[in-house]
Design a protein around this ligand. Structure first.
Ligand code: UD1
Length: 343
């Protein structure tokens, strides 16, 4: 198949390009080479054109003969402050709408979209007494007192995290999350209006070789890894019991190949995760242990707005796409402890 791959020079896009080519696909690779992602003056890798998806005139000729668009290009992270909003809106949402319009004009009917777990907001929780509940945000008083678990809105007792399935309501809580949710909604509306197909892949915490170094937009794996490289000990916030799912970039590349080759119609969304939840403390400990360093420090500090637990349910991606992550995060993180970083 001929695949237009956007964001092809990024941490994830680079691995998808390689995986698609290995699977025999003809890849048209493009990347805007934004300074924020690649550093000022960085050159595109061989075979990748410098192109911003917001540039309709530039994207249109490249769509000729393309069977599927695999759209990875995005401004990532949680957003530092409100000044970032136009950047998320412009690159992620306006960019996607331009792409969808040009796909329609070119008669290209299939999209694979990089989405994120952040669309779910703060995850799913059950109260032992009151069943599934929607907890209110954690209070300053609780966090300052070292009470990090959410409480049941009915009885006030701490609640337990549960796996989040794709049917969960979308509750974006950051600029990035808002932009990813809007991307999905534009893609869904496009699929319904044009009869096209969309596979939205909701990535959990992605890590692996050539992950960008620590920046204000980085996730925790890059932060811990960068701290270790510069001789510091990873600093674990809250009590370290925050649960996540760390999925290796090679598994993310593999599921994109499956999605590109799938024959699903309409709009569909899938969680992309390892299926082996892990605590932030364990992530830090695996990295420290692998490098033979002192154990991580649990600081008890917290960041307002952080999600306590968010863990995806891998079942549907297994049942419908036949995707099962190959890399156990306990193995992958130990390898990541020494993997090269970019930037
Ligand atoms: C991250 C990304 C989000 C992405 C999602 C899924 C950021 C800021 N967040 O969300 O955009 O969509 O993964 O891939 O990029 N922590 C520490 N020490 C630190 C930093 C963080 O203990 O030095 C803790 C945090 O308190 C939090 C956990 O690690 O509990 C995860 O933090 P982070 O990776 O920033 O955010 P996610 O919510 O997982």
């Amino acid at each position: 198949m001929r695949v237009l791959l956007t964001g092809a020079a990024g941490f994830i896009g680079t691995r998808i390009a390689a995986a698609l080519r290995d699977a025999g696909h003809d890849v048209v690779a493009v990347d805007a080479m934004l300074d924020a992602a690649h550093g000022a003056g960085a050159e595109a890798p061989a075979g990748c054109r410098v192109l911003d998806v917001r540039d309709a005139a530039a994207i249109a000729p490249l769509l000729e003969g393309v069977d599927v668009v695999c759209h990875q290009a995005a401004v990532v992270g949680a957003g530092v402050n409100a000044a970032d909003a136009p950047s998320y809106g412009s690159h992620n949402d306006y960019g996607t709408t331009v792409l969808l319009a040009e796909m329609f004009a070119a008669g290209c009917t299939r999209l694979v979209l990089a989405s994120s777990m952040v669309v779910y907001g703060q995850g799913r929780y059950d109260c032992p007494e009151h069943g599934q509940i929607d907890p209110p945000p954690r209070t300053r008083a609780d966090l300052d007192a070292g009470v990090f678990e959410h409480r049941c809105p009915v009885c006030g007792e701490p609640v337990h995290w549960r796996l989040v399935a794709e049917a969960a309501p979308l509750r974006p809580r950051s600029l990035y999350a808002a932009s990813k949710t809007a991307q999905e909604h534009y893609a869904l509306a496009w699929a319904e209006a044009t009869g096209g197909s969309v596979v939205a892949l909701r990535y959990h915490n992605v890590y692996g070789p050539y992950m960008p170094r620590d920046t204000p937009y980085s996730g925790v794996a890059a932060i811990f890894r960068s701290q270790l490289e510069s001789g510091d000990v990873p600093r674990v916030f809250e009590d370290g019991g925050q649960m996540r799912d760390f999925v290796h970039v090679d598994d993310v590349a593999a599921v994109n190949v499956v999605a590109v080759e799938s024959e699903l119609g309409g709009f569909d969304a899938f969680n992309v995760c390892s299926g082996r939840p892990i605590s932030i403390m364990e992530v830090a400990a695996e990295l420290c242990e692998a490098r033979g360093e002192a154990p991580p420090v649990v600081t008890g500090q917290y960041r307002s707005g952080d999600v306590r637990h968010i863990v995806a349910d891998p079942a549907r991606a297994g049942e419908v796409l036949g995707f099962h992550a190959a890399v156990d995060p306990r193995d992958g993180l130990r390898e990541f402890a020494f993997a090269p970083l970019r930037g």
